[in-house]
Design a protein around this ligand. Structure first.
Ligand SMILES: Cc1ncc(COP(=O)(O)O)c(C=O)c1O
Length: 379
């Protein structure tokens, strides 16, 4: 059987990895500044993470959500304490799209309404409602276009209010910092205004922290830079450091009932073991603080690189914007300097999403490579 060929590939085959380093099939080392789409939070193959998953697999890897699984409670308690949302409720699933799908569904159940407000350039995943709230016509099939979604520009509260006044909106969904879209973000006044408007008009406020959450921006959640409290927070990516796991944090005001949401695989024993190990390491190694510190260091270094027009984002969720398209630059970085970086909808922007454990020494390798390439090109 052939693979369904949907991914353009770089000709690199990682076969092992440790911390921020990835090794290919020829034994060549690469510096990972992308974490496989912002997934690697605590570093590749962290010993505590590996040991915990192996031990769990020896005990029990999976049973369904029809029986008691104490690991789910342990994960929920740890997540509540570390995130500051210990009064919220946790529903576990398997991916970011699924998290948003459940968030939107819950909002629709609770409000008995169906239209969603989303924002220009947003990305919320590829499943039914999640993709419908994603501002990219190319990945919305006709079946997805049946959903009622209104896309608005960021930072315009008047337009949001006009839509909410129509009375049919179940939720506003927004990324605290846009990932795939290119690192744009709303202002504190905008996010605070959204929270107030949602309360006024009875819509639910969904924060998509799938990419920005789990310490990446120097706070556990990126929206915590804005002193707001969403009704639902969706999580995935860094949550499992590569093990597929996602979830939603749900306000205590939203009551659960049997069968309202459900999944076969979500919250299984192995996924919970991975999720618990990630939280252990984030806490023990103070990775949220490291993200803040290393993010500030990157901002300082990037400001001195010739050709960098703007540095966007926060912490270790950064975008370096150039005044040219970066496709060739990213290829040179990967093939000649062995450094993984990310692209975005903004063709002039390099995305930097390293493991939260990255050091100054490792970041310097990137900035030196960038300088070498850019200086060579201007000669
Ligand atoms: C903000 C955001 N939401 C949702 C998703 C979808 O997550 P997944 O690919 O795990 O379904 C992504 C993936 O890039 C994302 O960046």
């Amino acid at each position: 059987m052939k693979l369904f060929d949907v991914y353009p590939l770089y000709t690199v085959e990682p076969v092992s990895a440790k911390g921020c380093k990835v090794v290919d099939a020829n034994g060549e080392e690469y510096l990972d500044l992308y974490g496989g789409h912002a997934v690697i939070s605590i570093g590749h193959s962290h010993p505590h993470y590996v040991a915990k998953i192996k031990k769990q697999l020896d005990a029990i890897g999976f049973y369904s959500n029809a029986v008691i699984n104490k690991l789910q409670k342990e994960l929920a308690i740890k997540l509540g304490v570390q995130s500051g949302y210990d009064n919220y409720q946790l529903f576990l699933c398997n991916s970011g799209a699924e998290a948003n799908e459940n968030a939107l569904k819950l909002a629709s159940f609770k409000t008995d309404k169906s239209r969603v407000i989303s924002f220009k350039n947003s990305f919320h995943g590829r499943t039914s409602a999640a993709v419908a709230t994603t501002d990219n016509r190319n990945i919305n099939a006709p079946i997805n276009q049946q959903q009622k979604v209104t896309f608005l520009p960021l930072n315009n509260l008047d337009l949001v209010e006009v839509e909410l006044q129509k009375g049919d909106v179940c939720a506003i969904i927004v990324e605290p910092i846009q990932g795939v879209g290119g690192l744009d973000q709303g202002s504190t006044a905008f996010f605070q205004g959204l929270e107030t408007l949602c309360k006024t008009y009875g819509a639910l406020f969904i924060m998509d922290e799938v990419q920005s959450g789990y310490g990446r921006t120097g706070k556990f959640f990126a929206h915590q830079h804005h002193q707001i409290t969403p009704d639902i927070i969706s999580i995935a990516k860094g949550m499992g450091n590569g093990f597929p796991i996602g979830g939603i944090l749900i306000s205590p005001d939203l009551e659960a009932s049997y069968g309202l949401l459900g999944t076969t695989f979500g919250g299984n024993h192995l996924a919970c073991a991975a999720g618990i190990a990630v939280l252990d390491v984030i806490e023990q190694e103070q990775l949220v603080h490291n993200a803040l510190k290393m993010g500030a260091y990157c901002m300082e270094k990037a400001a001195n690189i010739p050709g960098v027009k703007k540095v966007k984002g926060r912490g270790l969720m950064l975008g370096l914007e150039f005044d040219f398209e970066v496709q060739e630059l990213r290829k040179t970085l990967i093939y000649e300097h062995h450094i993984f970086t990310g692209g975005s909808a903004n063709k002039n922007l390099i995305r930097i999403l390293p493991p939260l454990s990255i050091t100054k020494k490792e970041l310097n390798i990137f900035f030196e490579a960038l300088e070498t390439i850019l200086v060579k090109e201007t000669l």
